[in-house]
Write a protein that binds this ligand. Structure first.
Ligand code: SME
Length: 166
């Protein structure tokens, strides 16, 4: 049995350090990327309060086979949009720019894709391998401005850890 639980007394930076440690322990030596993404989505949900969606979109071929787009991966939350073109919405912006997107108010983000009407703020961090975006980590919250610089740095650390594990 795995029992990774954050201590309620930890401050947000410590929670992210514990999350990273748990993700490292769970994914070390496991070559199956889907299993690793599934466990990390569960950890994100366990460790970070006030989320309504946590998970992955992966870079994958389009249905017609030419070019790539983001395709839904393991997550916790309500069923979500399956395919997101690079450049579309917050996830697509992170994938296209290869940069973290910290959005305090999703209603003010041009092109935001509302998968769950409850989402008010969002953090999306690209996972890079050899400079290419292989996935994004997407966190949604029902609270405005839920995410800050500590969350962005923490999830960027997680993305770096997962670069060769998903
Ligand atoms: N809101 C995201 C789409 C993904 S869902 O939130 C799970 C976006 O604008 O990219």
């Amino acid at each position: 049995m795995y029992d990774f639980k954050p201590d309620a007394a930890l401050d947000p930076a410590e929670v992210h350090r514990e999350l990273l440690r748990a993700a490292d322990a769970l994914t070390a030596g496991e070559p199956d990327g889907i299993a690793n993404m599934a466990n990390v989505a569960a950890l994100l949900w366990e460790f970070l309060p006030d989320l309504n969606w946590a998970g992955f979109y992966r870079t994958a071929p389009t249905k017609v086979g030419s070019g790539s787009e983001l395709v839904l991966g393991p997550f916790v939350g309500r069923p979500a949009c399956i395919r997101i073109p690079f450049g579309a919405g917050v996830c697509g912006a992170a994938a296209e720019s290869r940069a973290t997107q910290l959005v305090a108010d999703v209603h003010a983000f041009p092109g935001h894709i509302a998968c769950d009407a409850a989402s008010r703020s969002e953090l999306v961090v690209p996972v890079l391998r050899d400079g290419a975006v292989i996935a994004v980590i997407d966190l949604d919250s029902p609270s405005p401005a839920r995410f800050g610089a500590i969350d962005a740095e923490g999830i960027e650390g997680l993305a770096a850890l997962l670069s060769d594990r998903i």
